[in-house]
Structures are given as C-alpha cells and as structure tokens.
Design a protein around this ligand. Structure first.
Ligand code: ZN
Ligand code: ZN
Length: 381
C-alpha cells in the first residue's frame, strides 16, 4: 500500500508526524502533492489551542496534480484546462450549495454556514464541525501534509509556469488583501472614494497580510502608503517593498503615531485605514486616525481572543461619518484577481515577503519562525 506523511495537530502546542495511507482521488475531486504551503498567523493561533479532533492544518496550499477522481471537469476556476502534473493553488472554502447563505448570496460569496475549509478547525471560525468518531484514519485535508485529497467542488487556479510555488502560496493571504482593498471602492466620484492617487492609506500591522495590503494599495495607485508594525525584519521588509512611511510601534507610542498620520495629511487624518493586526485595540487606533468621511477596514481580527475595545460611537464613527467595513471572507473572485497580481511578480516585490522556507517535516520550526520575526514563512516539498 502506498503511504504518505503529514504533521498532525494533536494537542495544545503539540504536533505529531504521522504516516497515512495514500487515498484514491475523491470522485469529482483530485489528489494533490503539496509543493508549497504558506504558514498563516491563524495556524499559530490554532496550534496554541486544544483541537476538538486531531487535524492536519495548512490552508495556503499549492500542489501538483497527481491524479483526477472520476468526473472531475479538468478545468480550473478560470476555465483553463488542467492535466496531471499541473500545479494549482486552491481556494480553501468548499461551499455546501444548500444552506440559506449559499441560496441567498450564491456559493461563490464564501458565506456558507456549512462550508468545509481545508486545514482549518471549523469550530474555531464559527462553522459547525462535523462529528468524527475517534479512531478515524487521518484525513488529508491540510497543507501540513505531503498530499491533500481535494474534494468535489473545490475552486482551483492553475499556477503559471514562471511563478515559483512558494510565491504562488501567497495567493490566499493576497486574496485577503485584495478583497480588503476592493471593498473600499465606490462608484466613481462619490464622497466616500478613497482609492485615489492623492489619498493616504495607513495599514496597521506589518505581517504578511499587512504588507500584501500595502502592495495592493500601491498597485491600485493610492498615493501614500503608511505602515505601522513591530519586529525589525518586518519593518525592513516594509521599507524594501517601497512603503512611504514605516512606523515602529515599539519606538513610537499610539498618540505619536496618530500625530505622524495627521502631520502627513494636513491635520485631516488618513483617507483609509486598514487594520491587519491581530489586536482588538488596533480598531480604536484606526478610528482615531481616519479622516471625516474616511474608511476603516477591519480584517486582522479574524479569531476572537476574548478582549474588546472601547469605542465612542458618537465621536469615533457617527459625527465623522466614518465608513467601517468588516471582512473575513474572500470570494473566489478575489483569488482570481490575486493570481493576476502574482503573475506580475517580476514587477511587484512579492518574493521579498518570503523570509523563511522549511521542508514539510519541519512544521514546528516554521511555526517558531513566524512567531518570532518572519514575515511569510513557507513550507516546501
Ligand atoms: Zn491564511
Ligand atoms: Zn452553504
């Protein structure tokens, strides 16, 4: 029998290398051999908890098609033909097509209440986890393993041959950045428009999503992009990718950070603030540095940590007509846009954000790297 290996999350801060039988490709699905899997901040968060059931984590998956299951359409989400040996990146959400959200908004809205998500503990992100009997064999559903069994109905994008697999694994966090910026767009000429060549945007957080957001803002022609963050390697990366002002949170206190933004904007405040930290307090900071009729996007606080933030709705939102948008899902369309941007990797410095790379059997080391100074850490075959 053919076997494969995977790193299983078995307990609080506890990972285990396991061997598992290599399954047949699922009907209308396929079997992938993982080439690269990005480590996400949320992986770090998950591992620090007790799993409801042992799980192979990893949702930023790029792999080579080993075999198709019967009935797979053999095309990707953009209708490009797929063959064995092709490299694809996958959209981690598989919608059910049946729940109220799927019927109301369509399966592509990624708001499915019963979605399956690759490499993510469903209970941690507010989805109902299917019950599993103990003693079940390891399910190959995450990129922390050498193979992934790809289910029917999974959106795939063919990776262009000139794009390295590690860079392609930025697709998922880049889609978050693309969607976060995209949702601020308005019909031309309305008061709320903030994506303009003379606007100033602040990105709170210099992790991978924050810096990818900076690159997307730049690609959208936003005039001035300010990034605040900590940790020297992340701040150096922010400078290297051409952010206009990089503020070290450890050196510059909250009121001085706000003053720096006001100084650069004639005392008005930033047109757009995007929170890509993982800290509830950052929402208060975002509201304090945005201008009247400005936009704040909250996309960093995806997993609740139990703490809350004080907001004065009158002063912080209402009186200044602030538009506050929340984002946790990115539809397949954002992945298509993100893949198009990755295709421009010779012009946009995505590679600079990959600060660490480990083989698939060194997940613990990769997690340690991302929890210290790394920007984006990638597992590779
Ligand atoms: Zn992620
Ligand atoms: Zn659904």
């Amino acid at each position: 029998m053919n076997t494969t290996t995977a790193t299983l999350w078995v307990g609080k801060n506890s990972l285990e290398q396991v061997e598992a039988p290599l399954p047949e490709p699922p009907d209308e699905g396929l079997l992938l051999e993982v080439e690269a899997n990005g480590i996400c901040g949320s992986d770090l968060h998950f591992v620090s908890r007790e799993p409801a059931a042992p799980l192979v984590l990893g949702h930023e998956i790029v792999g080579r098609i080993v075999a198709f299951g019967a009935g797979h359409p053999r095309t990707d989400a953009g209708d490009a033909p797929l063959g064995e040996g092709d490299t694809v990146a996958l959209f981690p959400w598989v919608p059910c097509h049946r729940c109220w959200s799927c019927r109301r908004f369509g399966p592509g809205a990624a708001t499915c209440e019963k979605a399956f998500v690759y490499g993510v503990p469903l209970d941690e992100i507010g989805l109902a986890a299917p019950r599993r009997a103990s003693g079940d064999s390891v399910e190959l559903t995450g990129g922390f393993g050498r193979h992934v069994a790809v289910r029917a109905g999974t959106y795939l994008w063919k990776v262009p041959p000139h794009l390295p697999a590690a860079v392609a694994s930025l697709l998922d966090p880049l889609a978050v950045a693309v969607r976060g910026v995209d949702m601020t767009r308005t019909a031309t000429g309305t008061w709320d428009e903030v994506l303009t060549p003379d606007s100033t945007a602040v990105v709170l957080g210099a992790g991978a999503v924050g810096l990818l957001t900076g690159l997307v803002l730049r690609a959208q022609g936003v005039g001035t992009v300010i990034v605040t963050g900590s940790r020297s390697a992340r701040l150096a990366a922010a400078r290297d990718i051409g952010m206009d002002l990089v503020i070290d949170r450890d050196e510059v206190g909250e009121s001085a950070r706000r003053d720096a933004v006001l100084d650069l904007t004639g005392g008005r405040g930033a047109d757009l603030v995007i929170d890509a930290t993982n800290s509830p307090a950052a929402l208060g900071e975002a509201l304090a540095m945005v201008r009247r009729l400005g936009t704040v996007v909250e996309l960093g606080n995806i997993v609740p940590d139990g703490s809350t933030v004080a907001v004065d709705p009158a002063r912080d939102i209402c009186q200044r007509n602030v538009r506050l948008l929340g984002m946790s899902f990115n539809p397949p369309r954002s992945y298509s846009e993100a893949m198009a941007l990755l295709g421009r990797h010779h012009d946009i410095p995505f590679e600079r954000l990959i600060t660490g790379s480990y083989t698939l059997d060194h997940v613990a080391e990769a997690l340690r790297d991302i929890s210290s100074d790394g920007v984006k850490v990638v597992l590779t075959a």
